[in-house]
Design a protein around this ligand. Structure first.
Ligand code: THU
Length: 147
């Protein structure tokens, strides 16, 4: 694991501690690496109306956009698991990968910055990296509207 991706994964694990997930008890954090080295994080944000829950990845991307930083995103990490007692999220042996809706949101960013965004997916003993093109092959994006 290289230093930058390890740092990003740890930022995602830390962000999971800020999740608001009283319904699923599944705490997720996401971290975005910007081209200047800054990191923008997000955590899942649940709602009593379950279906309007916001995922960690979408929160992080919306945060970067609100700060005028979305075009600087060059990598992402995601980490999560069930919260245990007063501790943080327990990161499972298997990595979690972004849900389908988040993959679509990530595609908007990847197309905007014109890179095949690497997504570092944390598990208990490290992380595995998937490019967005692996997570969302044949995706619909901004260019599709012009074809
Ligand atoms: N969740 C995320 O934050 N990101 C994902 O990619 C998968 C799921 C959240 C949504 C919900 O709050 C909880 O995890 C259980 O689905």
């Amino acid at each position: 694991m290289n230093d930058v991706s390890a740092k990003l994964v740890h930022a995602a694990i830390d962000a999971a501690n800020n999740a608001y997930a009283p319904y699923s008890n599944f705490h997720v954090g996401a971290a975005l690496l910007l081209d200047n080295g800054d990191i923008v994080t997000g955590a899942n944000f649940e709602n009593a109306s379950y279906g309007i829950t916001l995922c960690a990845e979408t929160v992080a991307i919306a945060k970067a956009n609100s700060d005028g930083q979305m075009r600087r995103i060059i990598a992402m990490a995601v980490a999560g698991g069930p919260k245990s007692g007063e501790g943080g999220a327990v990161i499972g042996a298997e990595p979690i990968t972004p849900c389908g809706r988040c993959r679509q949101v990530i595609k908007e960013v990847a197309d905007l910055v014109a890179i095949d965004l690497p997504v570092h997916c944390a598990h208990a003993s490290g992380h595995e990296t998937h490019l967005l093109s692996e997570l969302l092959p044949h995706g619909f994006g901004p260019a599709s509207l012009k074809s």
